[in-house]
Design a protein around this ligand. Structure first.
Ligand code: URP
Ligand code: ZN
Ligand code: ZN
Length: 473
């Protein structure tokens, strides 16, 4: 007679790393959740031997843009299918893209539309941040509070981009809602008027090649906006999270805020560790359009500042800011098929699949951070910051069985190895020292060198109150 297996799946002989511990264990799974951790566990209906390899919680990419509606002719290269496929192949098992409100649009409509874009297409679980671009009284008093209650507990505010930016009064209004209803406010901090003034000056001088994008957004425009965002949050007395911090000047503002006891969280991204402004071009070639993103990458010295901030706790979250546009495409970096002035190049670079391997290779194996800090930055803290912990972001009894088994091997990254729908990676030719051997989501094997996903298996996650926020009576 066959003995029934007590577990659906067992991952054996794992070297488990969480944000706080590293230990050896088998991981047993029933119904997609971890039910036991320990050595010598009973059998599973399916078993995989991790053979002593490092196993981390699946990555949580808390800042990525998938199939976000764009003004014609632009279109993002990745939708929920290709974006989450690419995520899984790079070890990320939860994504949080943005349901973006257009000016004049109801926030509810934006959320309903975004659900349609995701429905039946995601390979991994997903939640939504909101982007609030039109904080009307109805949005502030009705829609936003109701959506927060329903599980959309974080939103992004822009201080730049004409179609998205809010003025200081509007930011105060939106931050007040975050405070009253317990949401996490993410802020894109760049001074729009300075950028516009500099852009006009550059254009008048005929400096419109991609590399001048970086000249139009020097660090001081990020520093000023970061300072202002901190002051606005202090006025309202609410925590904020500054996204995609690029270098020393913004870092100094955040350190100042922390030293004054303010709850200012910060995120950074691979482009500020692995790219510099030189990647936008040393001459007027259009190739640099590939690396046009905002804030722009800085220089080697600023990369060190970001590494230090990752290691010493300044940064809470490490995200990709995946904003995918094909390079050689009329809906991408060559709008309408033209090589356009930098102001018209869509901002953003791909990075969902490469986020974890880049940081594991250079951060952990390069000796710049511990394995536990890597887990904290890429999985645990993003899950906490956006109300998904402990279901996501850790390896513990009761958590989803989202796991990455790491293989340490040296190779050179090529875009042809990746699974996004973008025709380049900014990290082409980068030497890597690790890549996920296996990605497991909800106990299902999604990646083992081949992709085994199934569009629609990923579920929408309603978020709880972010656990990094203070509990208010
Ligand atoms: O250049 C970027 N970062 N594009 C994506 C949109 C944003 O501001 O995050
Ligand atoms: Zn942004
Ligand atoms: Zn972004």
């Amino acid at each position: 007679m066959n003995t029934p297996h007590p577990f659906d799946f067992v991952l054996r002989n794992a070297r488990v790393a969480t944000a706080s511990d590293t230990f050896d264990a088998d991981i047993a799974v029933v119904g997609g959740r971890i039910v036991q951790l320990g050595t010598g566990l009973a059998g599973g209906a399916r078993e995989i031997d991790a053979a002593g390899r490092v196993v981390t919680p699946g990555g949580v990419d808390a800042h990525c843009h998938l199939d976000q509606p764009m003004a014609s002719p632009l279109r993002m290269a990745d939708d929920f299918e290709s974006g989450t496929r690419s995520a899984a192949c790079g070890g990320t098992t939860t994504v949080i893209p943005f349901a973006a409100q257009e000016k004049g649009q109801s926030l509810r409509t934006a959320v309903a539309d975004y659900h349609q874009r995701a429905e039946g297409r995601a390979h991994v679980d997903y939640a939504f941040h909101l982007i609030v671009s039109d904080p009307t009284p109805k949005v502030l008093n009705e829609e936003l509070p109701a959506l927060i209650r329903e599980g959309y507990t974080s939103f992004k505010i822009y201080m730049t981009y004409d179609d998205l930016k809010l003025d200081d009064g509007q930011i105060l209004d939106v931050l007040s809602v975050a405070r009253e209803h317990g949401a996490m406010a993410m802020i894109h901090a760049e001074n729009a008027d300075c950028i516009e003034w500099l852009t006009r000056k550059l254009e008048a001088a005929g400096r419109t090649a991609p590399r001048f994008h970086a000249h139009s957004r020097p660090m001081l425009v990020e520093r000023e906006a970061t300072h202002r965002a901190i002051a606005l949050s202090q006025l309202v007395d609410v925590p904020i999270l500054i996204v995609h911090v690029s270098g020393r000047e913004a870092v100094e503002q955040i350190r100042w805020a922390r030293a004054h006891g303010l709850s200012v969280f910060a995120e950074t991204c691979p482009q500020y560790l692995f790219l510099t402004a030189a990647d936008l071009g040393l001459d007027d070639s259009y190739q640099g359009a590939r690396c046009v993103c905002s804030p722009p990458p800085r220089d080697k010295a600023n990369q060190e500042v970001i590494w230090n901030g990752l290691n010493d706790g300044l940064f809470t979250v490490f995200s990709s800011d995946h904003a995918p546009f094909r390079y050689d495409a009329p809906e991408g970096k060559k709008p309408g098929g033209e090589e356009v002035a930098f102001r018209h190049i869509p901002n953003g670079i791909p990075g969902l699949e490469t986020r974890l391997p880049l940081l594991y290779s250079e951060g952990v194996l390069g000796g710049r951070m511990t394995l536990n800090r890597f887990v904290e930055l890429t999985s645990t803290n993003p899950a906490k910051a956006y109300g998904l912990h402990p279901r996501k972001g850790t390896i513990a009894v009761g958590s989803d069985a989202d796991l990455v088994v790491w293989e340490e091997r040296e190779f050179v990254l090529r875009n042809t190895d990746l699974h996004h729908n973008v025709d380049y990676t900014p990290y082409e030719g980068q030497r890597l020292r690790a890549w996920p051997a296996l990605t497991i989501a909800g106990g299902e094997l999604l990646w083992d060198g081949q992709f085994h996903g199934r569009a629609g298996r990923g579920r929408f996650l309603a978020c709880d109150a972010p656990s990094l926020l203070p509990r208010r009576a």
